[in-house]
Design a protein. Sequence first.
Length: 190
Amino acid sequence: MQRFILASASARRRRLLSAVGLEFDVVETGVAEEPLEGEMPRDFALRMACSKALAASAINLERLVLGADTIVELEGEIIGKPKTDDEARSILARLSGRTHTVITALAIAHGGKILESEAVLSRVTFRALSGEEIDAYVLSREPFDKAGAYGVQGLGRSFVTQLEGSFSNVMGLPVENALVALKRHLLPTA
């Protein structure tokens, strides 16, 4: 398969794509990730994935671009990445003993246009977390740079009692969906 561009700063997305043998270049777009007033979580994730893909495509018109964005949604509210220890503690306390939705949106762009986009949803249930567990997890520094303040591929996995949907989606990229979309648009290499 041809090389494509991944419009993402996420090391997890790079690892997931590399693990399935894909070759790509990374372009970090610097797109500001701020929801619009009243914007629904799924719509926000799709807008961000499309914005990242379009930003990278605008400077790489001849290359196929994959953009992605992951958010956590709890009762209709977008839960982003914590910036402080207190914010991480607050997010984890809110997720404790509850079910939330992880939404990763994908967008494929070429020639400055979106060819396709989709949002993939997974539902994750946390067991009840003690204050001590939350404090220890925040001290591990794992909650930072992660939507919902946890990494399901790391220490945060011990919080999960149920996961419905794609595990890789919760990590930040539904690999199965990304592969299908990329194969529709990439030419095989000789």
